[in-house]
Design a protein around this ligand. Structure first.
Ligand code: PLP
Length: 233
């Protein structure tokens, strides 16, 4: 087994284990492989191991890889922050966008989504740890935005995404994810079509599953550390 295949297998084991320990149905949590900055050969290896959902953060890094892998049946997720002058590539080429936090971006994505494609799946990013430097809407501003997002024909609001503050201990992780779950349940009253809670990364996956994540976004544990500079879009 290649090391990527075995990393995927151990990540899936961790997820299944955490599902079972928190009384959740087997298979209720999906795995998004975060391949940002990693070469196309590594994505191919993951694909051959059965992985189908891939997450990318930087357009300049993602688009050439998507081109090279266009014959594969990959579901592409854009998970990084997006400037309004870069929305077109996401609207045209991706299946999901996880970091939506402004109506202006949402309107552009909806307008630019090709009509021969299904609406773009989106998650509203919530600033759950209230850090000034991080993106995402404040929890108390989410309902107003959800009310607008569900009107946009080119988008399908699938749920919420969050990245809690780095360096939390397990109790802190659980507390942040529990607040996400409560907010998600409240907002489902406004938008019952929401079925996705995108939370959990390599360092906090088990806590995220315990608190209701339906999709974990895993980079380092599958592909190894990212050792070169972050490309600029
Ligand atoms: C990079 C990244 C991940 C993956 O993080 P790891 O710690 O490498 O698993 C998940 N989500 C987002 C939004 C990211 O930018």
């Amino acid at each position: 087994m290649s090391s990527i295949a075995s990393n995927i297998a151990s990540t899936l084991n961790l997820i299944r284990d955490a599902e079972q320990r928190s009384g959740r149905a087997a298979g209720s949590v999906g795995l998004l492989a975060v391949s940002k900055t990693k070469p196309v050969e590594m994505l191919r290896e993951a694909y051959e191991a059965g992985q189908r959902d891939f997450g990318e953060n930087y357009l300049q890094d993602a688009l050439p890889k998507m081109e090279q892998l266009s014959e594969l049946e990959i579901c592409w997720h854009f998970i990084g922050p997006l400037q309004s002058n870069k929305t077109r590539a996401v609207a045209e080429k991706f299946d999901w966008f996880h970091a939506l936090d402004r109506l202006k971006i949402a309107r552009r994505l909806s307008e630019q989504r090709p009509t021969d494609k299904a609406p773009l799946n989106v998650c509203l990013q919530i600033n759950i740890s209230d850090e000034q430097s991080k993106s995402g809407v404040a929890p108390d501003e989410a309902a107003a935005l959800v009310a607008e997002l569900i009107k946009l024909p080119g988008l399908q609001l699938r749920g919420l995404m969050a990245i809690p503050a780095a360096g939390l201990d397990q109790a802190g992780q659980l507390e942040a994810f529990a607040r996400m779950r409560q907010l998600f349940e409240q907002l489902q009253a406004l938008a019952p079509q929401m079925d996705t809670l995108s939370m959990g990364m390599s360092g906090d996956l088990v806590s995220a599953v315990a608190e209701g994540s339906t999709l974990v976004r895993i980079g380092t544990a599958i592909f190894g550390a990212r050792d070169y500079a972050r490309p600029q879009d």
